[in-house]
Write a protein that binds this ligand. Structure first.
Ligand code: MG
Length: 292
C-alpha cells in the first residue's frame, strides 16, 4: 500500500482539520506555531552499524528540523518519545543525547517533554514546534513562479553506494536559517525527504500547477557527476533534506541578492499552468522513495 494511501485511510477515519491546520504539509499550522512529528525506527530507517547512537540522535532531530525549515519556522520546543530495547544503558542514552545536543543548541530547541517505553527495537518519535508568522505552505506555488532548490541533491542516495558520501546519509544538515530567509521571498516550500520528483509532486498537487525542470541545472557535486546513477540519485534518491522553493519572478533577484549562506541556492525550473512534471521537455512521473 502506498504511504500516502495509508495516511488518507487513517486521517479520513478520524475527525481532522484541513491543511494547513491539519495533515498535508511539512508541519501543521496551529496559530503562529508550526508543529511536526517524525519517527526513526531501527531496522527501517537505520541499522547499527553503520549508524552510531550519536548518528541516530542527530538524524532524528535533523529530519524534524528540516520539516520546520520547509515551513520557514523558527524552532522553539520539542517532545521526544523513546522506545528503548531491553538492556539499553544510561551510557547509551547519553550517547544518543550527545548526537542531538549540537543541533538542539544551534537551533535554540528546548526539550519540553516526552515518554520512554520498552520496545523490541530502538525507536525515536520526535515532535517539534516552531514559530512562523507567515508559514511556507505546499499550496502556495503559482504558474510562472520560479523553482529553486536550496542545498545539494543526490548525496544521501550516493552515500548508500559511495563510502565518501555515507556521512551525508547519516548526518543530514537541516537548512533552518535558509528556510527562514527563504520565507521572506518564497510563496511555497517543501523539504526533499523522499526525492526531488516525489516531493515536488506534492507541491504541484497542493498548488494545482505543473513544473518544468532542467536536468543540467540540478545542483550535483562534481564528485557525483562522474557516476552514471548521479541524475537518478538527484531525482529519486531522497533523504537530501534540501528545500524546494516557489519564488515569484519579481522577487527572485531580491532573494538571490539576500542569499549569504554557503549552501547553494539554485534555480532549476519553472512552475507552469499546464499540469504534470517535465524534465528537459519530457514528461516524468513524480515518484521517489517508497516507504511501504
Ligand atoms: Mg517534509
Amino acid at each position: 500500500v502506498p504511504e500516502f494511501d495509508l495516511i488518507d485511510t487513517f486521517v479520513s477515519a478520524l475527525p481532522h482539520a484541513r491543511a494547513p491546520k491539519g495533515p498535508g504539509d511539512d508541519a501543521a499550522v496551529l496559530g503562529e506555531l508550526c508543529v511536526t512529528t517524525d519517527a526513526l525506527v531501527e531496522g527501517v530507517h537505520f541499522t547499527r552499524p553503520p549508524f552510531t547512537l550519536a548518528d541516530v540522535g542527530h538524524k532524528a532531530l535533523a529530519t524534524n528540523l528540516s520539516d520546520l525549515a520547509a515551513m520557514g519556522a523558527k524552532p522553539a520546543w520539542w517532545l521526544c518519545a523513546l522506545g528503548l530495547p531491553r538492556g539499553f544503558t544510561a551510557r547509551q542514552l547519553r550517547e544518543l543525547a550527545a548526537g542531538m545536543r549540537p543541533l538542539a543548541r544551534a537551533h535554540g530547541l528546548q526539550l519540553a517533554g516526552g515518554n520512554v517505553s520498552q520496545s523490541p527495537v530502538l525507536s525515536l518519535t520526535l515532535t517539534l514546534a516552531g514559530h512562523a508568522k507567515k508559514p511556507l505552505l505546499r499550496s502556495g506555488a503559482r504558474a510562472g513562479d520560479l523553482l529553486y532548490v536550496v542545498g545539494w541533491l543526490g548525496e544521501a542516495a550516493a552515500g548508500r553506494t559511495l563510502p565518501a558520501f555515507a556521512p551525508a546519509q547519516r548526518r543530514p544538515t537541516p537548512l533552518v536559517a535558509e528556510g527562514l530567509l527563504a520565507a521572506r521571498f518564497a510563496t511555497a516550500a517543501i523539504d526533499v525527504s523522499d526525492g526531488l520528483l516525489q516531493d515536488l509532486g506534492h507541491v504541484l498537487h497542493a498548488s494545482r500547477v505543473g513544473a518544468r525542470l532542467e536536468a543540467a541545472r540540478l545542483p550535483l557535486r562534481r564528485e557525483l557527476l562522474r557516476h552514471r546513477a548521479a541524475l537518478d540519485w538527484a531525482l529519486r534518491g531522497g533523504e537530501d533534506y534540501a528545500l524546494l522553493l516557489a519564488v515569484p519572478g519579481n522577487r527572485a533577484a531580491a532573494l538571490e541578492r539576500a542569499w549569504k549562506s554557503r549552501t547553494p541556492l539554485t534555480r532549476i525550473g519553472t512552475f507552469t499552468r499546464a499540469p504534470g512534471l517535465h524534465l528537459d521537455g519530457e514528461p516524468v512521473e513524480a515518484t521517489g522513495f517508497q516507504h511501504f
